[in-house]
Design a protein around this ligand. Structure first.
Ligand SMILES: [Zn+2]
Length: 295
């Protein structure tokens, strides 16, 4: 599998890497995903992507440090590609139609090929903006200039635990990590970040959002009862893990089944992709059927 990231990775030399080669998930990654718990999911994303991203632009192999340095949306983009390769484009969900006069439980089919992906307006390793005078308040105008980078996987890893406990503190930490310069202060440090007015924080956040590539976290679905469309929140990361986690018991049954009949080692079977595993299981069930019919 190959493709092009909506954002891209800037290396230390100021070179942008966007095209990638991706290896499909094997039983090993499925097992890894099945074991993880939600609090450390950003770390798991790093681990899975470090195993599956074979090449990124001129970087091969791709070390986990580079995977950590990928923009949040680029990581989501890669997860989406892995899911589509492993389980196909279609997702079926049972939902309650949100239209008040309908409210029927309907089964909807969502196509992952339709998840909107937005490229950023322009790409740069760092961006500069100027805070409004309202945001600056009575602070020195020299501090109006903000230089920042966009949030990446390393930020997600650092933040995900704090985000559950204290969202405001998590935002302060995110800004401390991503703001590279505040006027003459480079970097400004957490004390200066904590002194920013709520308006200033909001302006920086808004600008980051506008400059970041996006993998839409909602998809449109149509109600089979009333025919109207509605938006379904779609958290790719949570979805990806939840789905594969639910399959963990099945994974072990499949490994057992193949090991039992073919006498392959667990290790060899775990290194197969899901597709390959399933192909052997299909062949096996055909064979077993022939044998039992012949008996
Ligand atoms: Zn409806």
């Amino acid at each position: 599998m190959d493709g092009v990231l909506p954002g891209g990775y800037w290396d230390g030399e100021g070179q942008l890497h966007r095209d990638f080669e991706l290896a499909p998930l094997t039983g090993r990654e499925e097992e890894l995903l099945a074991r993880g718990d939600r609090a450390e999911s950003a770390t798991l994303v790093t681990e899975v992507l470090s195993r599956c991203v074979r090449r990124l632009g001129g970087i091969s192999p791709v070390p986990s440090e580079v995977v950590r340095g990928l923009l949040v949306a680029d990581r989501h983009f890669l997860l989406l590609r892995l899911r589509r390769a492993a389980l196909g484009d279609q997702v079926r969900a049972s939902l309650v139609c949100p239209w008040p006069d309908c409210g029927e439980r309907v089964s909807v089919e969502i196509s992952l090929a339709d998840v909107p992906v937005d490229e950023p307006p322009h790409r740069a390793p760092a961006h500069t903006m100027t805070l409004s005078s309202e945001a600056l308040g009575d602070a020195d105008p020299a501090w109006a200039e903000v230089r920042f980078r966009l949030p990446n996987g390393a930020d997600q890893e650092e933040l995900c635990e704090l985000l559950v406990r204290n969202e405001a503190e998590a935002l302060t930490l995110l800004l401390t990590r991503c703001v590279l310069g505040l006027g003459p202060d480079r970097p400004p440090g957490s004390r200066r970040i904590a002194q920013l007015s709520p308006r200033a924080r909001a302006e920086i956040e808004e600008r980051m959002e506008a400059l970041a590539p996006k993998v839409e976290q909602t998809v449109e679905a149509r109600c089979a009862e009333c025919g109207r469309t509605f938006l379904v929140p779609f958290d790719i990361q949570r979805f990806f893990f939840g789905e594969l986690r639910a399959d963990a018991a099945l994974l072990y049954r499949e490994v057992h089944h193949l090991a039992f009949h073919y006498h392959w080692s667990e290790r060899d079977i775990m290194e197969m992709t899901r597709e390959r595993r399933r192909t052997y299981i299909d062949v096996l069930s055909d064979m077993l059927e022939v044998e039992s019919n012949g008996a």
